[in-house]
Design a protein around this ligand. Structure first.
Ligand code: 9L3
Ligand code: MG
Length: 128
């Protein structure tokens, strides 16, 4: 059976981390997340993450190292996170988000992250 994996990006630019506010589904709307989404059957996680950021934000990214750990989500899914940086484009909320924010280190906890993203963001910041 395929693992049910959701991939997220800790996308950094000039020391700031990109946070995206979900507009859907209703139970998650208003919560902030590391952008990303479900890995399709047969797809590599890193490829899925680059695809999701292209679809959701309209940017090309370079996927860097994986952030150690995995965090449980609803419906048996688990969240895995990679650090990433922008290759081209300016992120825009094209799909599933209604606001984006670049958070400086002292602003990281100024948004209401989704529950699973709290430990994921913590781990991403701990990673050298
Ligand atoms: N999810 C949680 N945190 C994240 C991401 C990218 C996704 N950083 C949750 C929200 C949805 C599920 O995973 O319940 C699938 O995400 P998507 O494909 O709707 O983005
Ligand atoms: Mg998504």
């Amino acid at each position: 059976m395929n693992e049910r994996i959701v991939v997220g990006a800790a996308l950094f630019d000039e020391g700031r981390l990109l946070a995206a506010r979900r507009s859907a589904p209703p139970e998650l709307a208003g919560g902030w997340e590391l952008p990303g989404g479900k890995v399709e059957p047969g797809e590599r996680c890193e490829d899925a993450l680059a695809r999701e950021l292209r679809e959701e934000l309209g940017v090309e990214v370079e996927i860097l190292e994986r952030v150690p750990g995995q965090w449980p989500l609803a419906k048996g899914y688990a969240l895995r996170v990679w650090k990433a940086r922008l290759r081209s484009g300016v992120p825009e909320p094209l799909q599933d988000h209604d606001e984006l924010r670049w958070l400086a280190p002292d602003q990281i906890w100024s948004v209401e992250w989704l529950a699973a993203d709290v430990p994921a963001v913590t781990a991403a910041l701990e990673q050298p």
